[in-house]
Design a protein around this ligand. Structure first.
Ligand SMILES: NC(=O)c1ccc[n+]([C@@H]2O[C@H](COP(=O)([O-])OP(=O)(O)OC[C@H]3O[C@@H](n4cnc5c(N)ncnc54)[C@H](OP(=O)(O)O)[C@@H]3O)[C@@H](O)[C@H]2O)c1
Length: 343
């Protein structure tokens, strides 16, 4: 990875390392810079990041953005220590250990913003030694989590929590099917659904991941491309949590119980699916969509994981300067759980 010195808008002459994406699409555009870290304005907090998490969102941005002349600091997930506090903030002190809520403009669950603003593009994100965020995005780090665990938790765990409970209305004893268990959000959805007393089936393309899922308590595992209806032996599914899309979507309507729900939050295998409307209305299925979550849900999610002592499944943690290798692993799709960076 290339290493360059550059100056950004600064108030204090203190060098900090930061991973920047620029010039070319894909993770080849990542490079390590040295900048001078910013001071927080009124209502903002500067956090010295201890660990940050990778998300598929970062890959999509690097692949698809056209404003390549802009240097961008990606990263939506992070946890760290408060380094300085802007004017007007009293409840947060320098030295507090915090975790960052990545949805910047969504406070109340029932007030969904027209466009979600997410930390890490266009605003500067967490792949840096320091990040400045609005104080409304700061919560106390759950003490039982390590820095690495807290750093990879926010976006994926929040998405899983809202998908299962706010949108999916999961009840104890229901049968939930989670697709692509290797993914970050899927591993949280799996642990949360088990904690809520659900029966959980997971899918994966990889036999190794299916065996791993059985070891950690999955009730059933399915190969992504097998006939799910046949393999489930007529055990209907109440709720499907999916981010894969077209590669698996046609199977959903064959395994759902009447009145079943699908909660969709991703497009890992493409953007378009074909649905039989007659199957949909005859069985009274609900297809629901979700994205991230509100500040209220972020707090509820933290309470839920703390109450059930849920710990993120960490696939691998890389030093900051090895961000390219970390993203190559995510691109290859070989991970089981979360990939993180340590500062
Ligand atoms: N809307 C939101 O708020 C939101 C939030 C977070 C993530 N997302 C989206 O959700 C998706 C998952 O993100 P993530 O970071 O949790 O996971 P991830 O690390 O990107 O993994 C997704 C998993 O999906 C499976 N998969 C991917 N491509 C596939 C294909 N062509 N056919 C079959 N299976 C495939 C793989 O599981 P196996 O290896 O086990 O087969 C993979 O591990 C991404 O599209 C992301 O953009 C959306």
């Amino acid at each position: 990875m290339k290493h360059r010195d550059c100056n950004v808008n600064t108030a204090r002459q203190e060098n900090a390392r930061v991973i920047v994406h620029e010039r070319v699409n894909g993770s080849e555009g990542l490079c390590l810079h040295t900048t001078v870290n910013k001071l927080p304005k009124a209502g903002e907090v500067s956090v010295r990041i201890q660990a940050a998490g990778l998300n598929h969102r970062d890959l999509f941005i690097m692949k698809e953005r056209s404003d390549l002349h802009q240097s961008v600091v990606l990263g939506s997930d992070g946890a760290g220590i408060v380094a300085s506090v802007g004017e007007g903030i009293e409840h947060i002190q320098v030295g507090d250990e915090v975790i960052i809520h990545p949805t910047l403009n969504w406070v109340h669950t029932n007030e969904i913003p027209e466009t979600l603003t997410i930390l890490g593009y266009p605003s500067e994100g967490t792949f840096a030694e320091y990040v400045v965020v609005p104080v409304t995005c700061i919560e106390k780090k759950p003490a039982y989590l390590t820095w690495e665990e807290a750093g990879v938790l926010p976006l994926a765990a929040l998405t899983a929590y809202r998908a299962l409970f706010t949108r999916g209305q999961l009840k104890s004893g229901e049968h939930v099917l989670i697709t692509g268990i290797g993914g970050g959000v899927a591993t949280y959805a799996f642990m949360m659904a088990k904690a809520a007393g659900a029966k959980v089936t997971v899918t994966s393309r990889s036999q190794e991941k299916r065996l791993r899922a059985l070891e950690v308590g999955a009730d059933h595992v399915l190969a992504s491309d097998c006939d799910w209806g046949e393999s489930l032996h007529g055990e209907p599914v109440n709720l499907i949590i999916d981010s894969i899309g077209p590669a698996v979507f046609t199977q959903f309507l064959q395994v759902l119980a009447p009145g079943g729900r699908v909660v969709q939050f991703g497009r890992s295998s493409g953007d378009k699916v074909e649905i039989s409307l007659s199957t949909l209305f005859r069985n009274q299925y609900s297809i629901l969509a979700t994205s991230m979550g509100s500040a209220e849900e972020f707090r509820e999610m933290l309470q839920f994981v703390e109450r059930h002592r849920i710990r993120p499944v960490i696939d691998q943690i890389y030093p900051l300067e090895q961000a390219v290798q970390a993203f190559k692993r995510m691109e290859a799709g070989v991970q089981f759980g979360n990939i993180g960076l340590k500062m």
